[in-house]
Design a protein around this ligand. Structure first.
Ligand SMILES: Nc1nc2c(ncn2[C@@H]2O[C@H](COP(=O)(O)OP(=O)(O)O)[C@@H](O)[C@H]2O)c(=O)[nH]1
Ligand SMILES: [Mg+2]
Ligand SMILES: [Zn+2]
Length: 318
């Protein structure tokens, strides 16, 4: 038995970096799928093994490997899988795991092309906070921002307690600060399509040669190409994970009552609401809503909160 870690998944092939530094292409025996669906929580999941998972594998004679066991995850970060054929039963949305066993996340955004989208960032923040993963925010393409529009957003997120890294992959600006923060950790780069995740990683690590500009995730024939996250080694114990472009983001498995806790700056006010079941929406004497009125919580973040609250289905018990 050999220990290793999944660094890339392509269709049914799991690429595993073994402890002795080799990359072995592995398959996942069907029995895993069966076990998975028998789990008592009855949530249908599509990702049994994800990039970042630690495994035990057995080597086959032809040099490939077979996954024998998946070691329990420290954490994982997920979203609701896009609505695709065969992916839902009775309208449920499945969990799509982006990566497992992650230390920090770098949410990548751009000031323009695509336009800065704080709602999208906030949705990823919720996913990260609910998995207890430390959040950093990169604002890329500042070369397109003559008016320094990004500064107000930098201030907003820094006030909450997140580190914000303005950058330009194009002009190689701000990259040193990002690189310095990666050491000794597994760092996930995630964000909307086209914001420059791959460009930033290429600019810091030119030998990666990641594909840039493929913002659709679909081939030109309209077929879905299976693109998943890929984990790249930067130095001993230091990894970055590049993720494929996504167009929509809905956090998975968040309960209405918990959502406000993933908006860190709401925390001091939550306990002061009149009702302990307060969802901070329409209830009387809500301390969160009052804090928004007094400018102690930003309107933008409160709108993000309400926006996500609305999308959490009432009837789901998770
Ligand atoms: N102006 C400008 N364009 C950039 C910058 N970084 C990336 N781009 C462009 O944005 C597009 C998408 O970049 P890509 O790295 O593929 O984004 P990803 O989908 O987040 O991985 C490409 O055409 C890049 O050349 C930047 O800092 N400034
Ligand atoms: Mg990319
Ligand atoms: Zn409230």
């Amino acid at each position: 038995m050999i220990n290793g870690r999944i660094v890339k998944i392509e269709a049914k092939d799991y690429y595993v970096e073994t402890d002795d530094g080799r990359i072995v292409r592995c398959n996942l025996p069907g029995r895993f799928k069966k076990q998975f669906h028998l789990k008592k929580d009855k949530l249908y999941k599509i990702d049994i093994a994800a990039v970042g998972d630690f495994l035990e594998i057995e080597l086959n004679e032809d040099g490939t490997g077979t996954i024998q066991s998946i070691i329990e995850r420290k954490n994982s970060i997920a979203r609701k899988a896009p609505k695709i054929k065969g992916a839902s039963r009775r309208g449920e949305r499945l969990e799509q795991i982006v990566a497992a066993n992650v230390d920090e996340i770098f949410i990548v955004s751009s000031v323009d092309e695509p336009p800065f989208n704080s709602k999208f960032i906030d949705r990823i923040i919720v996913a990260a906070e609910s998995s207890h993963i430390r959040v950093n925010i990169i604002i890329n393409k500042i070369d397109l921002d003559d008016d320094k529009y990004y500064l107000q957003w930098k201030e907003l997120y820094e006030k909450i307690g997140y580190d914000v890294f303005p950058a330009s992959a194009e002009e190689k600006a701000g990259l040193g600060n990002i690189e310095k923060r990666l050491g000794g950790k597994v760092n996930l780069f995630w964000g909307q399509s086209g914001v420059g995740k791959s460009s930033i990683l290429n600019a810091i690590f030119p030998h990666f040669d990641l594909k840039v500009g493929d913002i659709s995730g679909y081939s030109n024939k309209g077929q879905h190409t299976t693109v998943t996250s890929v984990m790249l080694k930067v130095a001993e114990n230091t990894y970055v994970i590049d993720t494929p472009g996504i167009r929509e983001m809905a956090p998975f498995g968040i309960m209405k009552i918990d959502l406000a806790h993933y908006f860190k700056e709401f925390e001091p006010f939550i306990q002061q609401c009149k009702f302990n079941t307060c969802t901070h929406y329409h209830e009387p004497e809500c301390a969160v809503a009052k804090a928004v009125e007094k400018d102690l919580i930003s309107v933008e973040r409160y709108e993000s909160y309400l926006n996500i609250l609305e999308t959490i289905e009432e009837d789901m018990n998770f």
